[in-house]
Design a protein around this ligand. Structure first.
Ligand code: CA
Length: 225
């Protein structure tokens, strides 16, 4: 993948770039937001690793420029771990994922790979695989580690939305809109109930969680191998 790293802390930028290059990505580093936006508009990268706290142009401004230009670029934001408010703003502004500083380079590389696998042909596939969970869409069958998990039609739909884009955070209202569409009576608490039931069913025999809550934003599915 072609990746732009936008980070003004030079040591961190170098480490991130090095880790991603070891995973055979084509990486360019920018310490300055304005230049990064110019480069992204000239040739949209597949992914941007974006620090939110930058001099001259903030990460949130960069993010909004990218979204305005409707670039196909996926964005992982970097925030100080304590900075919940900025993280939420970033995710609401359209970032695909976030890393709280300090983070491990292995985890960043793993998240980048998850986002890289998303989209394209696999989105239309009849079988969706996320880690140890396999969804057979035409037959409405779900298995985890080969064990059949029985889901109601609505539970299946909620999980399908999350599994089609692993790593992406979906807000409760987005999940509601996708499922109920023009019905205005929906209640975002309904989604919470479906998520609770799905977790109960997916975490049988003490298996680790597949659905994660991102506080103040929504839910995401991450692979468990
Ligand atoms: Ca910074």
């Amino acid at each position: 993948m072609r990746i732009l790293v936008v980070e003004d802390e030079e040591d961190l930028a170098r480490h991130v770039a090095g880790a991603l290059r070891r995973h055979e990505h084509d990486v360019e580093v920018f310490n300055d937001g304005g230049r990064a936006v110019e480069a992204a508009l000239r040739q949209p990268p597949d992914l941007m690793v974006l620090d939110l706290n930058l001099p001259t142009m903030s990460g949130l401004t960069i993010l909004s420029r990218i979204k305005q230009a409707a670039l196909p670029t996926r964005v992982i934001i970097l925030t100080a771990r304590a900075d919940v408010e900025h993280r939420i703003k970033g995710l609401n502004a359209g970032a695909d994922d976030y890393m709280g500083k300090p983070f491990s380079m292995d985890e960043l590389a793993a998240r980048v790979n998850v986002l890289g696998r998303r989209g394209g042909r696999s989105n239309d596939a009849a079988h969706i695989t996320v880690g140890d969970v396999v969804m057979d869409v035409p037959h409405r069958r779900l298995t985890r580690r080969g064990e059949r998990v029985e889901l109601s039609p609505r539970e299946f739909e909620v999980l399908q939305i999350l599994m089609r884009e692993p790593g992406r955070v979906f807000s409760r209202s987005e999940i509601c809109e996708r499922i109920w569409q023009r019905e205005h009576q929906y209640d975002t608490r309904t989604v919470e109930i479906f998520i609770m039931r799905l977790r109960k069913k997916l975490e049988f025999d003490g298996l680790p969680p597949v659905i994660h809550t991102v506080r103040g934003v929504g839910y995401q599915v991450l692979p468990v191998e």
